[in-house]
Design a protein around this ligand. Structure first.
Ligand SMILES: [Ca+2]
Length: 147
């Protein structure tokens, strides 16, 4: 009788244990879907595999379309965000021609974008947040295409 009870208790603990793991997995997946920059702090290379536009992408794209390039550099061009964006207008350009994004504000750039003519955008990603840009994408419609 005691042995049976112990087995049942162990079984229940096992089920609860499994459920917790499952819930935690769900939570991570939920984080991934709702706030992709959050998962990036785990240095997940999978993050950079995402081809869909993130909130940060949409905000940055809107920014560079909307904001007039009236100076050579704008630091923290989208203040109050969880990420930091610097815009650059290099010599010979009358528009923003590149930008950098620090997704987790740890003072290491996670991404650098080059904005070419006709709004062709090349996005280079440091998947380990070490400023080594090991991944490269171009914008095609509202998707990032890996190069
Ligand atoms: Ca960073």
């Amino acid at each position: 009788m005691e042995r049976t009870r112990a087995r049942i208790v162990n079984g229940v603990v096992g089920i609860i244990g499994s459920f917790t793991v499952f819930s935690m997995t769900g939570l991570i997946v939920l984080c991934y879907e709702s706030n992709q920059s959050h998962i990036f702090s785990f240095n997940s290379p999978a993050y950079a595999d995402s081809s869909n536009l993130r909130t940060v992408d949409r905000e940055v794209l809107d920014l560079i379309r909307r904001r007039k390039a009236d100076r050579d550099k704008v630091k923290d061009a989208l203040p109050g965000r969880t990420y930091k964006v610097n815009l650059y207008r290099d010599q010979g350009f009358n528009r923003w021609n590149r930008l950098k994004i620090d997704l987790d504000k740890d003072n290491r750039w996670d991404e650098k974008w080059t904005i070419k003519d006709n709004f062709v955008i090349i996005r280079q990603v440091s998947s380990r947040d070490d400023e080594v840009y090991d991944q490269r994408f171009t914008l095609a419609g509202d998707q990032w295409q890996r190069q």
